[in-house]
Design a protein around this ligand. Structure first.
Ligand code: AMP
Length: 287
């Protein structure tokens, strides 16, 4: 696996591969790899001849009181894991490489960026879109892979790519979970033993919601009340940031479920803010 620390190295490698007629995939990440990341990387290698992974803890997507300084990092282990996953190149810039001191250009997918996570993280998606657009420009991939765990992020990036007519295919990848149902996340490292024991309750409560929908409940308020009660019982240490029933593409809240619906939740549990989501309609097959 090639390690790339600078923008010219990345551009040159991508140009060389394209000149050779090879198809290139990009997997943007913030590192501290877990099986979710590795699954994205393996999926990317089925879509392209060469896989580039970027590892960059992007400062502009963190608010002033968020966890930028404490965000978990393990550079040596990331290199081992990405190599094992068959990644061809790891791009690992430092913030000063990605942002000049007088950086002034921002990409803002308005409307969508203020909903759900954006309500409490007002600059988050502006930072995400700006860095993802730069990475797409620099790596010039044919396809870029993003996890459905960050459903809002995936939706916003699809919107940005469509609005700006970017020549890249955006591929979503299903959520990878621990055996007990907890969605894998680098931030799970923040959980204490007691919090970790309660965390799978988020998935459990969502599965109960799927069952209610399967049994015919379509009223959003009734479904959200039941979810709130289930979470209070199953994750008593958790504090919901939002619990929302939305249209999966527009992210607009639903009052009544009809054809397409997604439940999205964010729960503060100790130092971690955990997010999860589940398609409710069309009714999912749960394993
Ligand atoms: P992050 O390093 O947390 O920014 O995540 C990098 C990419 O991995 C994003 O596209 C995430 O949506 C994706 N990802 C993170 N956790 C998971 C997971 N448990 N399952 C699937 N994809 C994930």
């Amino acid at each position: 696996m090639q390690i790339l620390d600078t923008i010219p190295e990345l551009k040159k490698l991508s140009q060389t591969w394209h000149r050779e007629g090879l198809r290139v995939a990009l997997v943007p990440t913030m590192g501290f790899f877990h099986s979710g990341h590795l699954s994205l990387m393996r999926h990317a290698s089925t879509l392209a001849d060469k896989v580039i992974v970027s590892r960059f803890v992007n400062p502009t997507q963190f608010g002033p009181n968020e966890d930028l300084a404490s965000y978990p990092r393990n550079e040596e282990q990331d290199i081992v894991l990405a190599t094992e996953a068959g990644v061809d190149a790891l791009f690992q810039p430092t913030p000063d490489i990605m942002y000049r001191p007088d950086h002034a250009t921002w990409v803002d997918v308005a409307e969508l960026s203020g909903l759900l996570c954006g309500a409490t993280r007002p600059i988050h998606f502006r930072g995400v879109c700006t860095v993802v657009l730069k990475l797409l420009h620099l790596a010039a991939p044919d396809v870029a892979v993003f996890g459905e765990k960050d459903w809002q992020q995936l939706t916003i990036i699809r919107h940005m790519v469509r609005d700006l007519d970017l020549d890249v295919c955006i591929e979503g990848h299903p959520i990878v979970r621990e055996a007990d149902g907890l969605a894998l996340s680098s931030r799970n490292a923040y959980l204490t033993a007691e919090e970790r024991a309660q965390a799978p309750g988020i998935r459990e409560a969502i599965i109960k919601m799927v069952e209610r929908v399967r049994n015919g409940e379509r009223n959003a308020e009734a479904l959200l009340d039941a979810l709130r009660n289930d979470l209070a019982r199953l994750v008593p240490l958790g504090q919901p940031d939002y619990l929302s029933l939305v249209h999966p593409d527009t992210l607009q809240p639903l009052s009544h479920l009809e054809n397409d619906a997604l439940v999205a939740v964010a729960v503060k549990l100790g130092k971690a803010r955990l997010i999860d989501n589940q398609r409710l309609l069309p009714l999912p097959q749960l394993s």
